[in-house]
Design a binder for this molecule. Sequence first.
Ligand code: NAP
Length: 469
Amino acid sequence: MNPASERPIALVPKASREQAKEALETAEHAQPEWEKLTPLKRASFLLRTSQLIRRDKKRLALVLTSEQGKPLFESLSEIEGAASNFEYYAEFARRIEGDVLPSDNPRQTIMILKLPIGVVASITPWNFPSATVARKLAPALITGNTVVTKPSSNTPLSTIELVKLMDEAGFPEGVVNVVTGTGSEVGDELVTNPITGLITMTGSTDAGRTILSHASAHVPKLILELGGKAPFIVWHDADLPWALKCAIWARFWNCGQTCICSERMYVDERIRDKFVPAFVRMAKQLRIGNPVESGIDLGPMVSKEERETSKKFVQSARDEGDKIIIGGAAPSQLDKGWYFEPTIIEDVKQTSSLVQDEIFGPVVPILEVDSFDKAIDFANDSKYGLASYVFTRDITRVLKAMNGIRFGESYINQVGPEQLQGAHTGFRQSGLGAEGSRYGLECYTQLKTCYVDWNDKPSLPYLFPYGNR
Ligand code: NAP
């Protein structure tokens, strides 16, 4: 469905469990030969893929916008991110390094190897349907794994287009497979089938929890990149004009549907009267409309269901007596499309659902705080721990935030997105493992330690009656 027109744009197969199993078997069959290629040879396919993505970037961005709803300039930047992921992980071809360690015994060498895991099942969400897939496929493939990938049912087209380009790039048959269908059927088969050696899933914490429990039957490795509830702290000594621009971007980017989006703001009470009205003024100026048109800041939300979720959050704020300063509804001037106005809410309690649960839409609660320590405590009072933002020019506060805010990412005096060389990882219920960086790469490998004895006359290192007889 195109979320701007509410009309279907393509028909995609709804695969069965049996077809998901076939895809896993195909990937399993192709894996040993893929592993035998040198990493440099594997990298050549990744590099070719990144070139093809760049060649087709305008077409791919249009596909992305038409199924997901983000403005075209955001789609172009996401497509560039997908190409960069293939390039970045290709660079690791000569750096999948093990260790050589000194032994406690004479003439013994200990080596730790990093081996492929086997078949990787990749399960992705709809909010970044191109970049999240690339961020999983590239490290999985360079390390010698083969892949079955399942996109979100809301946005299957970007993945299909990407995998077609990988085919054109010459990946051997069976190395990359895509299966479209629901999480509860296709996804669950990928999770529960023992062929899967590693599940790498990005999505909601609820789905992550189900995957964790269903996977327990065969104990695969897991990377889970789950929900977020990023705090945005702005202190009186910040560069306020800059902090305001960043606050707008951090919340309304991709219509608020980004895991690292600012989901709650903590504003120093000394600047509340200056900061909040300016923030509201800027939010009012955002242009909402058809995401393929130029000059649009906010497209529609991805689906009617997601818009309903935002509406429910606003209703619960009303029920609790919070102050809705702007927004709270679909814009009246647009009669088609799942649009939702930028919504700012004040007088919200730290314990309310608006502050504790992931909204994932263009709705932001603002809380006034009277001490920096309290802002940090409020930030940490969350089941989520993905991204966080702090704006202050005081070095002591910067260091306090770096050490005290228990989140996988802190953006200090800046906004995201994350970079390839940073580790994208969540504390608490925001996930397991990491993506991006060499730490992310390592999650796609299996450690193996080898002890090699090169004594001419080997002897046991300690007294063992049998060995010394
Ligand atoms: P979702 O509903 O959890 O779905 C994510 C993927 O998981 C979809 O492909 C879905 O399939 C599949 N799935 C759902 N239940 C499953 C199950 N029991 N077994 C196997 N697969 C299953 O998430 P979403 O609504 O697409 O995406 C939004 C969420 O993703 C937000 O919570 C956001 O914070 C999170 N996110 C996190 C990150 C991060 O890096 N931490 C990045 C982006 C997004 P179907 O939907 O097709 O059924």
